[in-house]
Every structure is written in structure tokens, then in C-alpha cells.
Design a protein around this ligand. Structure first.
Ligand SMILES: Cc1cc2nc3c(=O)[nH]c(=O)nc-3n(C[C@H](O)[C@H](O)[C@H](O)COP(=O)(O)O)c2cc1C
Length: 140
């Protein structure tokens, strides 16, 4: 089964997660949302974005709008990278249409870097949530 990972990232966190997921998920490839292929030929689509002001980024929102009908026919998983874990649910509700959230196999918060921090390493990463997403998609 093939998996398309489509992400939007401003400071690199959501891209880092997309790259990790591309290593963990079988037959997967990651693309920035502005250059991502249409989902038509893929079995599963993972949609991911960083969050600012409790909103996912425009390139991902545009991709979701453009491919809304096709996405309803695919296996879908969603992740957000946000620094304040309490803002995950409001950010998800403001960014992802309810119909897509309800359709998704998994909606997870993978954590995020504190604003304006260039902290190295991955202490921000919610590994258990990443494992949950991988299990939902690949059954591993
Ligand atoms: C201007 C700005 C606004 C932010 N707003 C939020 C927010 O509303 N909620 C939150 O949880 N994190 C917020 N963050 C933290 C980001 O979600 C976090 O840095 C995340 O790693 C960004 O993802 P990216 O590196 O893929 O762009 C904000 C960061 C910045 C710089």
C-alpha cells in the first residue's frame, strides 16, 4: 500500500516529522504541500502542518480544499506540530474540516518547538503519538 505524505512547515518541524514518517511508513513519499502530487494514485494520504495562531498553514489548507472530494475516498491520517499541546484540539478544529477529521484513521499532535527557539534535538517530538499514527496507517 502506498502512502503520500503532504506537509506544510515554516520552521522545519512538520517537515522533520514528514521525513521521519517517510522512513517508518512502507512505500511512502513526502512532499511540501505546494509541490505535492494529487492524491488520486495513492492508497493513503498523511496530511501534516505546523501551527501558528492556532491555524495550520495555507499550503496544506489549499491542498485539502483542492482535493477534498478525492481525500474522502482515501485512507487519511492527520498530524499537527504545535508547541503548546493544549492548543492542539482548537487548532485541529479551526484548520481541518469536521468531515475530514471524522473520516481520518488518526489525528495526532506530534509536538512542536517553542516559538522563536532554535533548540536542537527532538525533545519536542511526541514519539508515542508518532507510533500511533504509524500503527493506524501501516498496522505496525
Ligand atoms: C508566530 C508563532 C505562532 C505560534 N502559534 C502557536 C499556537 O497558536 N499554538 C501552538 O501550539 N504553537 C504555536 N507556535 C509554535 C509552533 O507551532 C511550533 O514552533 C511548531 O514547531 C511550528 O511548526 P513548523 O516548524 O513546521 O513551522 C507558534 C510559533 C510561532 C513562531
Amino acid at each position: 500500500m502506498s502512502t503520500l505524505i503532504v506537509y506544510a512547515s515554516k520552521s522545519g518541524t512538520a517537515k522533520e516529522c514528514a521525513d521521519i514518517l517517510a522512513q517508518k511508513l512502507d512505500h511512502s513519499q513526502a512532499y511540501g504541500a505546494a509541490n505535492a502530487p494529487a492524491p488520486d494514485e495513492w492508497d493513503t494520504v498523511v496530511l501534516g502542518s505546523g501551527v501558528r495562531m492556532e491555524k495550520a498553514y495555507k499550503p496544506l489548507l489549499k491542498y485539502m480544499t483542492k482535493h477534498a472530494e478525492t481525500l474522502k475516498t482515501k485512507r487519511v491520517a492527520i498530524y499537527l506540530c504545535n508547541g503548546d499541546l493544549d492548543s492542539f484540539v482548537p487548532s485541529l478544529e479551526k484548520s481541518i474540516p469536521a468531515s475530514l477529521r471524522e473520516h481520518a484513521l488518526a489525528t495526532v499532535c506530534l509536538g512542536g518547538r517553542p516559538p522563536f527557539s532554535k533548540k536542537p534535538g527532538q525533545e519536542w517530538l511526541q514519539s508515542d503519538q508518532m507510533d500511533a499514527l504509524v500503527r493506524a496507517v501501516d498496522g505496525k
